[in-house]
Design a protein around this ligand. Structure first.
Ligand SMILES: Cc1ncc(COP(=O)(O)O)c(C=O)c1O
Length: 400
C-alpha cells in the first residue's frame, strides 16, 4: 500500500497561529456574504456550515435551469459533474480520477468500508473521538476496537502513540478523524497514517472538517479519505467528497445501483438517478470564493477568532482549555465536572444556550463532564465570543 490519494506528497501546510495577544477584528465584507439571522451568534460553523450568498445564488440559477428544461439538464449532467469534480480536485490538489461527489461524510464511511474485504476475526480500529454515524458504519461491518484518547493528551505524538499501541494482528482497518468533532484536534496525521500502513492496516480518514479549514486536506495519504464541502468549503448542504487511492478504486460500489454502474468509480458513485445535483455543481463556487477572499487570510482570521473566544472562555472558573492544533478554526474547553456527562444533558445545555442566549455552540458529552466547542468564521465578530463568555457562567449554574 504505497500509493496515496494524492498525486504528490507535499508536507502538511497548516496556517500559522496568529501572534499571541493579537486582537481579532472583523473580516472585511465577511458578515455581508451570508444571510444568517443577525440576532443569533453563530459560533457553531463546524456542525452544519453556512452557505454564502453567491453560492446560494449559483445553486438557485442551476435549479432554475433544471426546471426550465429537465431533459437538457439531465442529459448533460455526467459532463457537468466531471467539470465540477475536476475544478474541485484542482483546489484540493487531488487526483480527479480518484475523487467522487457524495452526499455526506457518513456515506463516505460506508462506501469506503464496503470496499475493504474483511475476513472473519479481523477488526476495525476506531477512537472514542470518532463521529457516531461513522463509527456505526464500522460497527456494522466488523467488530470494532475503540481506542480511548484522553481529550487532554498533550500533542499529536501522544495521540499517535496511543492509537498505534492499540493495533493488534487482527486490526485490518483504522477509521480515524482528520480533525475530531468534539475535541477539534488532528488525529490522522500523515505520520500516523504512514505507520499504520507499515503495519498492514488500511486507513480510512474522516475529513469532514478538512476542506476549507486545512490548507492541504488530502495530505494524510490515507487509502480512503472523505470530507464535507458543506462545512468549511462554503458548499450547499449534501455536498461531500470521497477520495480513493488507485489500488482500491475498482472495489468501490455505489450503495444503490444506477445506470452508471458499468462506468466504475467515480461515475457509478455519483449517479443517483433523478436527484438534485445542483449542490454539487455549485460547490466549486464555494472554493472559488475562499480563494478570491484569500484562503490563507480566511484561515488565519478564523483560527484567530476561535483562539480569541477560547481565551475568553478560559477565564471562566471551572472551564479548562484542551490542547489544540495551531491554525484550526475550532477550539474546545472542558466544562466543569458533572456537566454534560450524557448526550441528553449535552443537548439540553446546547438548546438552552441557543434559546436563552441566542448563541449557537456545540456542547459535547463526555464521561465525567463534557465540553464546549466554538468556531471562528468570516461572519463572526469578537463581541459574539465576549457575549458568550459573559453569559455562560450563569447558564452553567442553572445546568449544574
Ligand atoms: C468528524 C465528523 N465526521 C462526520 C460528520 C458527519 O457529517 P455528515 O452529516 O455530512 O455525514 C461530522 C458532522 O459534524 C463530523 O464532525
Amino acid at each position: 500500500m504505497t500509493e496515496t490519494t494524492r498525486p504528490d506528497h507535499r508536507p502538511d501546510r497548516r496556517p500559522a497561529e496568529p501572534p499571541a495577544g493579537e486582537r481579532p477584528g472583523e473580516f472585511p465584507g465577511g458578515p455581508a456574504l451570508f444571510r444568517l439571522d443577525p440576532r443569533v451568534a453563530h459560533l457553531n460553523h463546524g456542525s452544519f456550515g453556512a452557505v454564502p450568498v453567491p453560492v446560494q445564488e449559483a445553486q438557485a440559477a442551476l435549479r432554475a435551469e433544471v426546471h426550465a428544461d429537465p431533459d437538457a439538464f439531465f442529459t448533460t449532467l455526467p459532463d457537468r459533474l466531471e467539470q465540477a469534480r475536476t475544478k474541485i480536485a484542482a483546489h484540493l490538489a487531488a487526483d480527479p480520477d480518484g475523487l467522487a461527489f457524495i452526499a455526506n461524510a457518513t456515506e463516505g464511511a460506508n462506501l469506503a468500508l464496503d470496499a475493504v474485504p474483511l475476513a472473519d476475526g479481523e477488526e476495525i480500529l476506531v477512537t472514542d473521538h470518532g463521529y457516531g454515524t461513522v463509527t456505526a458504519a464500522a460497527a456494522r461491518r466488523a467488530p470494532v476496537t475503540t481506542v480511548a484518547l484522553d481529550p487532554a493528551l498533550p500533542d499529536e505524538d501522544a495521540v499517535r502513540e496511543t492509537v498505534l499501541a492499540a493495533v493488534t494482528p487482527r486490526t485490518r482497518v483504522a477509521v480515524l478523524d482528520h480533525v475530531s468533532s468534539p475535541t477539534a484536534r488532528i488525529i490522522a496525521s500523515p505520520r500516523l497514517i504512514a505507520e499504520l500502513r507499515e503495519r498492514g492496516v488500511t486507513t480510512v480518514v474522516d475529513g469532514a472538517h478538512a476542506p476549507g479549514m486545512l490548507a492541504d486536506p488530502l495530505a494524510t495519504g490515507a487509502d480512503f479519505w472523505f470530507g464535507n464541502l458543506h462545512k468549511w468549503g462554503y458548499a450547499p448542504s449534501g455536498t461531500a467528497l470521497l477520495a480513493v487511492a488507485p489500488q482500491h478504486r475498482h472495489r468501490i460500489r455505489a450503495l444503490v445501483p444506477s445506470w452508471e454502474d458499468g462506468h466504475g468509480f467515480p461515475r457509478s458513485v455519483e449517479n443517483r438517478a433523478t436527484a438534485d445535483y445542483t449542490g454539487w455543481l455549485a460547490a466549486p463556487e464555494g472554493l472559488d470564493l475562499i480563494e478570491a477572499l484569500d484562503a490563507a487570510k480566511v484561515r488565519a482570521h478564523n483560527s484567530t477568532l476561535a483562539a480569541h473566544g477560547a481565551a475568553l472562555l478560559a477565564e471562566i472558573p471551572g472551564l479548562t482549555p484542551l490542547p489544540h492544533t495551531d491554525g484550526l478554526a475550532m477550539r474546545t474547553l472542558r466544562l466543569p465536572p458533572g456537566i454534560a456527562q450524557t448526550p441528553d444533558a449535552a443537548r439540553a445545555l446546547r438548546e438552552e444556550i441557543a434559546a436563552r442566549l441566542r448563541i449557537r455552540v456545540l456542547i459535547w458529552p463526555w464521561p465525567g463532564g463534557g465540553g464546549i466547542r466554538i468556531c471562528g468564521q468570516i461572519y463572526n465578530r469578537p463581541e459574539e465570543y465576549a457575549r458568550l463568555a459573559a453569559a455562560l457562567p450563569d447558564q452553567l449554574l442553572r445546568n449544574a
